[in-house]
Ligand binder design. Structure first.
Ligand code: ATP
Ligand code: MG
Length: 410
């Protein structure tokens, strides 16, 4: 017996209902992005490793342990992208979009790769859809982005809570980090292995640790709100006020920090209760220093990304599909006639299955039922239209008449 192949651990086949949900989710995001005048960018899946080291951060879990990296045949050290923002900023700088003036609103969609421990809602290849705004420092952009995601999740009829926080400007963040380190050091021996490393490399990330004992320790840790500058507080207040004014419900979570290094000021997460501990379905924030860190001009910016697999778990109802008609040639003598008819119905954008498998009338009808046919057309010396719900039948001689009747029914 030949060996049977299996998909690689952490990778998934998305098919059937889930593939329909995937497309429905992406379409819903895309339509709303366009309503908000975001423009699409289609980015490479492979980038220089150092792009992620410099943006996501050397000390982050993503860069330390999760990247798919390899040397290509030209000796380049490359990585499969673990997220979309770094590539987006790289493109913004490399394509000199900033030189066009004004500001830029971009969106992207596609696969991301992280070598994580696979579990429900966490895979090694997963898909994100996200958007970024480059060149705006006004808090109005934060409000627009957050409320847009809020609205999309409502369109998808998903239950969620929105948590927001601010990390303050660079100075506030720096001061807070030293207070946090001081606190964490007192409990160093009780923290998990990863967090002991994080104290020195990426202390904010300890607040984001999912281990129970670490959560217990960080409960009483100093809060970022106590280290914020007056400007940072005012900025955050305006965002909250505006969100309230347009009916966006949120919870303030002073412990919310996000796992990536590049965030400043606003951070936010949309969280579902329904899918267990992998509950974050969309997340993002401001990253005002990132473009400069990547060799571009100083560019205030912000963005978010949603995890499509987690949304698939949450979307319950798909919009109604187009009704299907199935064309059944009674035998091979009628194949050409049936082919011609199917060409015509498809040109009219009637969703048509031309039955490709020969069999008894009974088995062909069974197949049509399996496809969920609304109407069946039997092709022989005449054309017989059968309504699969009522069982009613009508006979036609002329194809055009049949199509006219069909169009009026569908
Ligand atoms: P988490 O805390 O769940 O690991 P994260 O902070 O690593 O998430 P981001 O890098 O901000 O997540 O990615 C944004 C979204 O992408 C997440 O909220 C989640 O919905 C999705 N996501 C991230 N990693 C995975 C994964 N391995 N599998 C499936 N979806 C993922
Ligand atoms: Mg993660």
């Amino acid at each position: 017996m030949l060996e049977k192949f299996q998909k690689i651990r952490g990778f998934q086949d998305i098919y059937g209902e889930n593939a329909k949900k995937y497309r429905y989710i992406v379409e819903t995001f895309r339509k709303t992005f366009l309503d908000y005048n975001f423009q699409e960018i289609i980015l490479p899946y492979v980038e220089d490793i150092s792009l992620f080291k410099r943006s996501v951060g050397e000390a982050t879990d993503i860069v330390q342990k999760e990247m798919y990296i390899f040397t290509d045949k030209g000796g380049r050290e490359v990585a499969l992208r673990p997220e979309g923002t770094a590539g987006c900023v790289r493109a913004y700088i490399e394509e000199k979009m900033y030189a066009e003036g004004g500001y830029h609103k971009l969106f992207y969609e596609g696969a991301m790769f992280r070598y994580e421990r696979p579990q429900a809602g966490r895979y090694r290849q997963f898909h994100q859809i996200g958007a970024e705004i480059f060149g705006v420092s006004s808090y109005l952009a934060d409000v627009e982005l957050i409320s847009m995601v809020y609205k999309i999740l409502k369109y998808l009829k998903i239950d969620f809570r929105l948590e927001i926080n601010t990390l303050g400007d660079f100075q506030s963040r720096k001061e807070y980090i030293s207070k946090l380190i001081e606190y964490l050091k007192k409990y160093e021996n009780s923290l998990c292995q990863d967090c002991r490393r994080r104290i020195h490399e990426n202390p904010l990330r300890v607040l984001d640790c999912k281990v129970e004992s670490c959560k217990e320790i960080t409960k009483d840790a100093p809060k970022i709100t106590e280290s914020l500058s007056k400007e940072a507080i005012e900025r955050f207040e305006k965002i909250k006020e505006s969100l309230k004014a347009i009916g966006v419900d949120f919870i303030e979570n002073p412990r919310l920090v996000r796992g990536l290094d590049y965030y400043t000021h606003t951070v936010f997460e949309f969280i579902s209760q329904e899918i267990g501990s992998q509950g974050t379905i969309a997340a993002g924030g401001r990253y005002d220093n990132l473009a400069e860190q990547l060799g571009g001009p100083p560019t205030p910016a912000l963005g978010f990304a949603a995890g499509i697999e987690r949304l698939i778990l949450l979307v319950k109802d798909l919009p109604p599909e187009k009704p299907l008609i199935v064309i059944i040639p009674l035998n091979q003598n009628y194949y050409i006639q049936a082919l011609k008819l199917s060409e015509k119905t498809r040109e009219k954008h009637i969703q048509t299955e031309l039955l490709l498998k020969e069999g008894s009338l009974k088995s062909m009808l069974k197949t049509a039922n399996k496809f969920n046919a609304k109407y069946v057309i039997f092709v022989s010396d005449k054309l017989e239209l059968k309504d699969m719900t009522s069982g009613d039948q009508e006979i036609f001689i002329n194809e055009e008449d049949l199509i006219d009747v069909l169009l009026s029914k569908l």
